[in-house]
Design a protein around this ligand. Structure first.
Ligand code: ADP
Ligand code: MG
Length: 713
């Protein structure tokens, strides 16, 4: 089958280290050709005009039509950076921010971090030269804390708005305010004190919040108007248009080839197994073309990857030409670009992706899609006050997006691993995240931005009142807001850290306890998915390996032990070897110890970032050395919101919600079953389990969180 439907030559992305000058020009020409062949290229001039004529514009276009990579370049060329402003593009997912920035810098023929750069939590690859900046929506929200007018941006593009992440929703409200304040006509019409030049910041750096976060227009006068572009892959632009006062919406015609949809005859019980069977069926029976498989997360992706390799070994040599490429958010960024490389001649690629590949990143070469119909989603139970990640079925809209990925370059096939009748029962679209998620982080951020009356904030869709009230209550218990519902000093410090409020609070408490060194490690390790490598078929071995790190006090100290052992091993090697060698032996060490080296690397990166953050904040970074009791007391003082007490039958009752839970089998305390525990995570499968558990004394709660705990079990 022809792959040339939109001039994609499949060998164009090789990055040969010993590239010759001729290669370089050939490659440059290829890229130019690809850019020109994108559906969006035909309307470049019209789009630039639309942006010039409309301060707010909604652009709707099929995934893969070139919105994310091309529009910022068109605007740059169209002169929207001329007055010194830059173009910011937000993405819900960091993988998209990174891979797209890399691609665009390549298209522009410049090194990443100069004209084109990206910034995500814990990583900033931009410079004074950066004009096109890709970033996560959450990061731009954080920038607004330091620069409420977002003054360095002349254009802000909110990409993938249809995803309706909680950060996108909050950002839309915020940008509406910023745009109003920066728009010239308003600033000229209103006449307030022109002498006040502190642009909305009180003298201590906080935002003056007398106006519930409404920025004073007069202070914005020195800024240029802000161009706002909302981009979406879903056809329904109405909600965005209405929210922005009837803003203009334009549709970009995409290119879509027919995709044959297949359903299973009966329901699948084991979706991993069903996916594997389907992958091999395609590989052995279908013509050339790469396969995209939608899985729910890192763990599932890693186990499918392993199982594919196992099955490949059982096939005759000639059938083994299948290569796997994972892509998920915590994959180290140097690995992420690999999915874009074309497969060597005769080989077929299988891309194992989370819903990142649904609309955020378009991978060339896909002809087959395998869709088990599941996605990991954040859910929140306002009655219980618990936030958890659970696997849920996709919406119809998601299923359609997924199958669409097979028809980008020619006719394709999509295998839905469920029955057709099941598809009919799916909801039309996904509920916006703000309706199903713990809001304490958002409420804290809004308050730090000067928006005190969160309940009356102009959200595109209002979150449930109970959810807001609950998050205010937990922020109050954490000491972040006062009884009058105002942000406290501690709350302001917490908002500045790029972490969940509970983790920020843990760092602040730990600096008072004198064990911040340990807590930094603990929080970094808690911030990554699955540190322990525990494949289903090697559960016994991995549990044994864990024993050498296990702490009788629980998972938190166990995580600290793992980190320290790894670090010690690395430092020893680093002294006698090159850094690359030391990193390589660390990966080997991880393998021997059943530690997930990708996750550990991520935790080490996060650690160095938050260490810098707390140092900037002036917190004392000291170690409690061998005083484990002190550290466990600190855990109780930090995580008291999630405590549970053992019941006569060995189950646990969560103190605040009354929910009955079990300790997860992966915990080092699974058998020990202490009387009282604190935990960080609640997972619902067939049971409710708590993960990342430590043993505490109930009396510590009474002593350290007296506002919540009284003297009785
Ligand atoms: P949209 O935002 O409209 O979904 P994009 O701008 O992301 O579209 O993608 C445009 C085209 O660029 C797609 O066909 C995609 O395959 C290609 N592309 C995007 N990123 C890369 C990359 N890193 N390497 C190669 N091709 C890429
Ligand atoms: Mg896009």
């Amino acid at each position: 089958p022809s792959m040339s439907a939109n001039n994609f030559s499949r060998n164009s992305y090789h990055n040969h280290p010993n590239q010759t000058k001729g290669d370089f020009f050939a490659r440059k020409q290829k890229i130019e050709q690809q850019r020109k062949s994108l559906p969006i290229a035909a309307v470049e001039r019209r789009l630039v005009e639309e942006v010039r004529n409309n301060d707010t514009l909604i652009i709707v276009g099929e995934t893969g039509s070139g919105k994310t990579t091309q529009i910022p370049q068109y605007l740059f060329k169209g002169g929207f950076c001329r007055d010194g402003g830059i173009i910011g593009i937000t993405q819900p997912r960091r993988v998209a921010a990174i891979t797209v920035a890399k691609r665009v810098s390549e298209e522009c023929g410049v090194p990443l971090g100069q004209k084109v750069g990206y910034a995500i939590r814990f990583e900033d690859v931009t410079s004074g030269l950066t004009k096109i900046k890709y970033m996560t929506d959450g990061l731009l929200l954080r920038e607004a804390l330091l620069d409420p007018y977002l003054s360095k941006y002349s254009v802000i593009i909110v990409d993938e708005a249809h995803e309706r992440t909680i950060h996108t929703d909050v950002l839309l409200g915020l940008l509406k305010n910023v745009q109003k304040a920066r728009s010239k006509c308003i600033s000229e019409a209103v006449n307030t004190d022109h002498n006040n030049s502190n642009n909305g910041h009180a003298s201590d750096g906080r935002i003056d919040n007398q106006n519930n976060g409404i920025l004073k227009p007069c202070q914005a006068k020195k800024y240029n108007p802000l161009k706002l572009i909302i981009m979406s892959a879903s056809l329904d632009a109405r909600v965005f248009s209405e929210y922005f006062g009837g803003a203009r919406a334009v549709h970009v015609q995409g290119r879509q080839f027919p995709v044959d949809i297949f359903y299973t005859h009966k329901p699948e019980t084991d979706c991993i197994d069903a996916a594997l069977i389907t992958i091999f069926q395609i590989h052995l029976e279908e013509g050339p073309g790469d396969i995209l498989v939608f899985l729910t997360g890192q763990e599932e992706i890693e186990s499918v990857e392993r199982l594919i390799h196992e099955r490949l070994r059982q096939l005759p040599e000639c059938n083994r030409k299948l290569l796997t490429f994972p892509i998920y958010s915590s994959l180290p960024s140097e690995k992420q670009m690999k999915v874009f490389m074309p497969s060597p001649a005769g080989y077929r690629k299988v891309i194992l992706a989370t819903n990142i590949a649904e609309t955020s990143v378009t991978i060339p070469g896909i002809k087959y899609v395998v869709d088990p119909g599941l996605v990991k989603a954040r859910t929140y139970d306002p009655k219980m006050g618990v936030d958890s990640l659970i696997i849920v079925t996709t919406s119809k809209a998601q299923a359609l997006q997924r199958s669409g990925r097979a028809g980008r370059e020619g006719p394709g096939k999509c295998y839905r691993l469920y029955q057709e009748s099941f598809f009919e029962k799916l909801t039309d679209s996904t509920l916006p995240e703000i309706k199903r998620c713990d809001l304490s982080n958002v409420v804290l951020q809004l308050k730090a931005l000067g928006i005190d009356d969160v309940i009356n904030f102009d959200f595109i869709e209002k979150p449930d009142r109970t959810a807001i009230v609950n998050s205010l209550w937990s922020l109050y218990l954490l000491g972040a807001v006062t009884e009058e519902n105002k942000l406290s000093d501690v709350g302001y410090q917490m908002a500045k850290l790029p972490l969940d409020p509970v983790y920020s609070k843990a760092l602040i408490v730990a600096s008072q306890f004198g064990c911040l060194k340990e807590m930094l490690i603990c929080v970094a390790m808690l911030s990554v998915e699955s540190i322990f490598y525990a494949p289903r078929e090697k559960l016994e071995e991995s549990r044994n390996a864990l024993k050498s790190f296990a702490s009788p006090d629980g998972d938190h100290l166990t995580l600290v032990n793992v980190y320290r052992a790894a670090d010690e091993f690395f430092q020893k090697n680093n002294m006698v070897n090159s850094k690359e060698k030391a990193e390589k032996s660390l990966r080997k060490w991880c393998k021997d110890n059943y530690i997930n080296s990708r996750s550990l690397k991520h935790a080490r990166d996060i650690h160095s970032q938050i260490l810098r953050n707390v140092e900037q904040m002036g917190l004392r970074v000291t170690s409690c050395e061998d005083d484990m009791l002190l550290f466990c007391r600190c855990l109780a003082a930090a995580f008291f919101l999630k405590a549970a007490v053992k019941q006569p039958d060995g189950a646990y009752r969560v103190t605040l919600s009354g929910l009955i839970v079990q300790i997860h089998p992966s915990s080092v305390l699974f058998r020990a079953k202490p009387e009282c525990i604190i935990f960080n995570e609640l997972v619902h499968t067939n049971h409710s389990y708590v993960r990342n558990v430590s043993r505490i004394d109930y009396l510590w709660l009474v002593e350290l969180a007296p506002h919540l705990y009284a003297l009785q079990g």
